[in-house]
Write a protein of this length. Structure first.
Lengths: 177, 428
């Protein structure tokens, strides 16, 4: 099973689509690692291009965002682009269906939190590190500028949890069907 | 409590319910294209799982970049082509016979009422127009579909959209769906099926129903769906005439899929289109929709008519109605892409391509091409395209470009004036 958690990168926008996560011009690649430098290349935040490839982004192991994350194209390349950048956890208020399914199908985590808890995470200052206890279904966010960590309970669909444990949908389906 | 069409399809295909919220369905059709399938194929080969659950239920096409534009896209085509040959996938469509998947596969009669369909392409929801459950999926879902013939879903609810009234002249199915997207928003349909009903849908052609269902995913929906009826049966007749003694017989059989009168809907939205005016998007989300009259005169550098949304013969006829005897504005580039060889051939026979060419359009071969900025019409930074496609995301048609989604009428009107234009002024 993969490990989840680490330094967080905050993407403060709803409706971030998979074209922004990995533009179609890179869909001609047949190697997942070739996607690595292009993650979030066309992302707009507040109408302006997001500075992708920053040191903070390179260190990130967790993404925190808002509503309807990963909408648009079905391209699993969006999930792979996170994976090859060692990001195995996306936390958002809600996800688009295909992106969410692609995450669990790859054996990695898409966690939904209520808006007020997403707000609490966004309010953290400094460097934020988020760890996950999958068994207890608890996220712990530690900020370099706050003494006390923020803890949020979450609830995973039991089937999605089985996919994580199996290492993805192919391994699960191969065994079961 | 009655059932919706989607629930009836799920019941007929249920393989497993791993939890009360999840279902695993048997698949009738698994469709593949050269962008999202090669990595699935390579992974299956890598894992010693290179087999297909049923070659007759797999349909494959090279459509996104065709002809290949470079060595990488040539390799993607080769991987798909070699795989189709290796597994005796008869329904494989290569250059000369290929076209935009969601226009080509319906034309071939591959989609029937009550079917379950997946493809590694989000606009697979288009095929719901036939009364099928058709969902876009990622590469891993596609891979399992190819290998095992099943797919898992978090069981969707159904949102019903009742479309009433009369569609005015110069307004099309595209305007109707853009108008609906504005209300439902880009996340409003997540984990839902959108069932399109009402007198307008009942009178819509299959092409118009496909335009509606095509953009269901822009609201986040798992699939769009329409009730299969006499219009569906007529469209499919060449493919089903052996199975039914008459058209009426087919229609009666299709009706078993219809949602029951007392079916439960998570939500019902009623829309009257009688006073609807031409619509288009502004900004980078498909729900950012305005009346064209509000933004008339806005700049346009390129006009693109084509795609799985609006590249069918009916769409080309609409555009040609405005382009006939007119020329492209000097400041605009025009590109038309008939979505399939059949559409191309019909447009040729009907003189529609001549109208486009005389107007100054470039006629491309059937391909997805410019819609997602992969080939054949990529925008330069700062350029604006009036487009009949389905997505206006940042960078979609080229880095730094802007796409305004609109109907074929409206795109043709923009081509003639070189600006955003209400097309009704060109229509008697």
């Amino acid at each position: 099973m993969k490990t989840f958690g680490g330094p967080a990168l905050f993407l403060d926008r709803s409706d971030i689509n998979t074209d922004e996560i990995i533009p179609a011009r890179y869909l001609t690649e047949i190697s997942k690692t070739a996607l690595q430098p292009h993650l979030l290349e066309d992302l707009l935040i507040d109408g302006r291009p997001f500075v992708h490839g920053s040191p903070a982004m390179k260190k990130a192991r967790v993404i925190v965002s808002r509503k309807n994350f990963g909408c648009g194209s079905s391209r699993e390349h969006a999930v792979w682009a996170f994976e090859v950048n060692a990001i195995n956890l996306v936390i958002a208020e809600s996800f688009a269906r295909i992106f969410r399914q692609n995450m669990f199908n790859c054996g990695i985590l898409a966690v939904e939190l209520p808006g007020r808890e997403i707000e609490t995470l966004f309010a953290l200052r400094g460097t934020v590190t988020i760890d996950v206890d999958l068994d207890k279904e608890i996220l712990t966010a530690c900020s370099s500028e706050a003494a006390d960590p923020v803890k949020c309970g979450f609830s995973l669909n039991p089937f999605d949890k089985e996919l994580i444990a199996a290492g993805g949908w192919l391994a699960y389906a191969d065994q079961k069907y | 409590m009655g059932k919706t069409i989607a629930q009836k399809i799920f019941d007929a295909h249920l393989r497993d319910t791993p939890t009360p919220e999840n279902m695993v369905l048997d698949l009738d059709v698994v469709m593949c294209h050269e962008i999202t399938t090669p990595i699935a194929i390579m992974d299956l080969v890598d894992k010693n799982m290179d087999s297909v659950f049923d070659p007759a239920k797999i349909k494959a096409v090279i459509d996104h970049v065709t002809p290949a534009k470079d060595s990488k896209t040539a390799m993607q085509g080769k991987i798909l082509r070699d795989w189709a040959r290796r597994h005796n996938i008869v329904d494989f469509f290569d250059i000369g016979a290929n076209g935009v998947c969601h226009a080509l596969f319906p034309e071939k009669g591959f989609i029937r009422p009550g079917y379950t369909v997946i493809m590694g392409d989000s606009h697979t929801c288009t095929h719901g127009a036939f009364g099928a459950f058709a969902a876009g999926v990622g590469t891993t879902d596609l891979e399992v579909g190819i290998y095992k013939g099943v797919c898992s879903f978090r069981t969707p609810k159904t949102m019903r959209i009742v479309i009433n009234g009369r569609v005015p002249k110069g307004v099309s199915a595209k305007d109707v769906i853009l108008h609906i997207l504005k209300q439902v928003t880009v996340g409003g349909g997540t984990d839902r099926i959108i069932e399109f009903t009402g007198e307008v849908v009942e009178n819509f052609t299959m092409a118009q129903r496909m335009t509606l269902c095509n953009m269901a995913v822009e609201a986040g929906a798992t699939s769009g769906i329409c009730m299969p009826d006499a219009i569906t049966a007529e469209y499919l007749w060449p493919f089903i005439e052996e199975e039914y003694s008459s058209l009426d017989d087919a229609v009666a059989d299709f009706s078993r899929w219809h949602s029951d009168e007392n079916a439960e809907y998570e939500q019902t939205l009623t829309v009257d289109v009688t006073s609807l005016v031409p619509q288009m998007t502004v900004g980078f989300k498909p729900d950012q929709v305005v009346d064209i009259s509000e933004v008339e005169g806005g700049p346009v550098d390129q006009v693109y008519i084509g795609s799985c949304t609006n590249g069918r013969i009916e769409d080309l006829r609409d555009a040609a109605e405005i382009l006939q005897g007119r020329k492209l504005a000097a400041t605009v580039r025009g590109i038309v892409t008939p979505a399939t060889p059949k559409v191309y051939s019909e447009a040729l026979e009907e003189g529609i391509l001549k109208i486009f060419i005389d107007a100054g359009f470039c006629v491309l071969n059937p391909t997805c091409g410019a819609c997602l900025g992969m080939s054949s019409g990529v925008l330069a930074e700062g350029e604006i395209c009036a487009s009949t496609t389905n997505r206006n995301f940042n960078g979609r048609m080229g880095k730094g470009g802007m796409v305004h989604l609109m109907s074929p009428y409206s795109a043709a009107a923009a081509a003639v004036t070189g600006k955003i234009t209400d097309p009704r002024k060109f229509l008697a």
